[in-house]
Design a protein around this ligand. Structure first.
Ligand code: G6P
Ligand code: MG
Length: 212
């Protein structure tokens, strides 16, 4: 049976995906090209530097690693400005009750995110105490779709992957969950998250009975 629920952060727990999108779009426009929602979809779950490299490829622009650092930092400064103003009201619908249900049922909760800003967001929204384990972009070396982040959550919890369920809004994240040997529930559209075991619109559609 299921012993742990592992949650992606951006787009699952909070709607920071829109902030990432705004910041990347601003950077792309400054560099002289546009950035579409379809392209943004492909950056979900992907690390900051890798996202920048993909964007530069799409824009047909070459930058040295040093220049890439500067651009990634610029994007992050805008992004941090937005998340520093976040409140608990930005927690997505259904998240709080579902986390509370998990804990009441003795199911472990973990955050598995590629973001290096995860702690800021969890603190701003007051969600930090609801997670037994937090593994973020500061703790992992391989980006999703590599399963490292989710395997590390399971290891820290002392629970085998086959007893873990991952909640993800990113194609790369669903792939990572499956590569980890875990169940994957997509948050979003089934036409996009084709690799998921099941897709729901949001955690408000989930309850523990459905999991077992
Ligand atoms: C998440 C988001 C990505 C973001 C990545 C790194 O996976 O879905 O869009 O690029 O985290 O976030 P960071 O806050 O470290 O730039
Ligand atoms: Mg996400």
């Amino acid at each position: 049976s299921i012993a742990a629920c592992i949650f992606d952060l951006d787009g699952v727990i909070v709607d920071t995906a829109v902030y990432h999108y705004q910041a990347w779009k601003r950077l792309a426009n400054e560099l002289g090209f546009d950035f579409t929602e379809t392209q943004n979809e492909r950056l979900k779950g992907i690390s900051r530097v890798r996202s920048l490299q993909l964007m530069l490829e799409w824009g047909g622009i070459q930058k040295t690693p040093e220049e890439q650092q500067v651009l990634a930092t610029r994007k992050n400064d805008w992004y941090v400005n937005m998340i520093n103003r976040m409140t608990p009201q930005e927690i997505l619908p259904g998240v709080l009750p579902f986390l509370q249900q998990c804990r009441a049922a003795g199911i472990k909760t973990a955050l598995g995110s590629a973001s290096k800003n995860a702690h800021t967001i969890l603190e701003r929204t007051g969600l930090l105490p609801l997670f037994d384990v937090v593994v973020d972009g500061n703790a992992v070396t391989a980006s999703k779709p590599d399963p490292e982040v989710f395997l590390r959550c399971a290891a820290l919890l002392g629970i085998t992957p086959d007893r873990c369920v991952v909640f993800e809004d990113a194609v790369a994240g669903i792939e990572a969950a499956k590569a980890a040997g875990m169940k994957a529930i997509g948050i979003g559209e089934s036409t996009v998250l084709t690799g998921a075991d099941e897709v729901v619109a949001g955690l408000y559609e989930m309850n523990l009975e459905q999991l077992s």
